[in-house]
Design a protein around this ligand. Structure first.
Ligand SMILES: [Zn+2]
Length: 134
């Protein structure tokens, strides 16, 4: 279960929209309490691919985000990116590049009028949707 407060949900959706026509991306961090991951910080990072179909997070911004979340006593919970024209599910590439089974992979689809945000856990090439509480 991922606990994503409205302010952080809104921030991710807003970032996805301002990133158009390209994919937007970032990291999020927080606390883990039993089965629940509670988001406490969102870091919007530059997509250095500047592509509507791919993303790469700017390395120097990733380092800064990780340093900041550690300073705040938070743990990295996962990353997010947008799909400007495809559904909110991991692409083959997303699954291939998902290196950490402990992380949550949020995908925001802007395919339809209403944005759709879903979170996934990806283990051994299989993506399973993770419930998101707002
Ligand atoms: Zn993707």
């Amino acid at each position: 279960m991922l606990n994503l407060a409205p302010e952080f949900y809104g921030l991710m959706i807003a970032r996805a929209c301002t990133g158009l026509p390209n994919e937007a991306c970032g990291l999020f961090a927080g606390e883990i309490s039993g089965e629940e991951k509670i988001v406490k910080a969102v870091y919007c990072l530059k997509n250095t691919d500047e592509s509507p179909e791919h993303f790469s997070m700017a390395p120097e911004e990733q380092f800064k985000a990780v340093a900041d979340l550690r300073k705040k006593g938070l743990v990295l919970l996962g990353n997010f990116h947008s799909h400007p024209a495809t559904p909110a599910r991991p692409s083959e590439e997303d699954i291939r590049l998902a290196f950490d089974p402990a992380l949550s992979y949020i995908i925001i689809s802007l395919k339809d009028a209403e944005p759709v945000l879903k979170s996934f856990l990806i283990r051994e090439g299989i993506a399973a949707e993770e419930p998101v509480q707002r």
